[in-house]
Design a protein around this ligand. Structure first.
Ligand code: 13P
Length: 250
C-alpha cells in the first residue's frame, strides 16, 4: 500500500506572516485527515517558520529547490543540508519552472536528487513534457529520458524515500488538467520504467504524484487512478480552505 501524498508548492508566494496565517487556518481543517502525507513547500525565507509551526503535526515541509553541493561559493543558493537543518523533510527538485527559467538540465537535477537523499531529505523529482512535445507525440520519450537521467546512480533501495511528480508543462497554471486517463497512462509508463531500472518491488514503493491544475473539483478522479499516488498542487494550495478540500477529496 502506498500512502498518498498531497503536496502544496507555493512557488514565489507568501511572506512569513502570510505563511503563518495559512498554517494556523489549515491545521484544524486537516486534523482528521488520516492515511495521507501532507506537505507544504513555502519559499526559503518562511521554511523554518512553517517547519516550526507544523512540528509534531501530520504536515511535513519541503523546499522548492536545493543546490547539489554541500556548501561552497554558490551565491544565492541553499544546500540540502541547510534545508534539512531548517526543519524540512522533503525537497522539490527539477520543477519545470526551474528547468525553464533557470536552465536546469537533467544532469543538474540528478545531482540535486542525490544531494537531497544524502542529506536525509525526500526528493520530489518533477518531470513532464511541454505542449509541443505532447503534440509531436514525444511525451513518453521525454518522460523516460527525464526519469532515467533524474534517478541515475540512485539505487532501488531508496525507492521508499523518493517521490516522482508528473507535471505536464501545458497543465501547469493553465487550468488545463490532464484527463485522468492521460495522466494514468504516463504514470503507468513511469512505474514500468522504474520496474526496468529497479525491479517490481522497488517500483511499487515509489509514490508518483500528478501536478498541473489540480483543484478540489478534479482531485478525487485523478487520485482514483491506479498509479496516481497523490498530487503536487500549485495555485490551489495557496488557500487553506481549497488545499484542505483537496486533501479531503483525494
Ligand atoms: P498549478 O496547480 O498552479 O497548475 O501548478 C502546478 C505545479 O507546478 C505544482 O508544482
Amino acid at each position: 500500500m502506498r500512502t498518498p501524498v498531497i503536496a502544496g508548492n507555493w512557488k514565489m508566494y507568501k511572506t512569513a506572516d502570510e505563511a503563518g496565517a495559512f498554517v494556523r487556518e489549515f491545521l484544524p481543517l486537516v486534523q482528521d485527515a488520516d492515511g495521507v502525507e501532507i506537505v507544504l513547500a513555502p519559499p526559503f525565507p518562511s521554511l523554518a517558520a512553517v517547519a516550526a509551526l507544523t512540528r509534531g503535526t501530520r504536515i511535513g515541509v519541503a523546499s522548492q529547490n536545493v543546490h547539489f553541493a554541500d556548501e561552497g561559493a554558490y551565491t544565492g543558493e541553499v544546500s540540502a543540508r541547510m534545508v534539512r537543518d531548517a526543519g524540512a523533510a522533503y525537497a522539490i527538485v527539477g520543477h519545470s519552472e526551474r528547468r525553464h527559467y533557470f536552465a536546469e538540465t537533467d544532469e543538474f537535477v540528478n545531482r540535486k536528487v542525490r544531494a537531497a537523499l544524502a542529506a536525509g531529505l525526500v526528493p520530489i523529482l518533477c518531470l513532464g513534457e511541454t505542449l509541443a512535445e505532447r503534440e509531436s507525440g514525444r511525451t513518453i520519450e521525454v518522460v523516460e529520458r527525464q526519469i532515467r537521467a533524474g534517478l541515475a546512480e540512485v539505487p532501488g533501495s531508496a525507492a521508499g524515500r523518493i517521490l516522482v511528480a508528473y507535471e505536464p508543462v501545458w497543465a501547469i497554471g493553465t487550468g488545463k488538467t490532464a484527463t485522468p486517463a492521460q495522466a494514468q497512462e504516463v504514470h503507468a509508463f513511469l512505474r514500468g520504467t522504474l520496474k526496468q531500472m529497479w525491479g517490481e518491488e522497488a517500483a511499487g514503493a515509489v509514490r508518483i504524484l500528478y501536478g498541473g491544475s489540480v483543484k478540489p473539483e478534479n482531485a478525487a478522479e485523478l487520485m482514483g487512478q491506479e498509479d496516481i499516488d497523490g498530487a503536487l498542487v500549485g495555485g490551489a494550495s495557496l488557500s487553506a480552505q481549497s488545499f484542505a478540500n483537496i486533501v479531503k477529496h483525494r
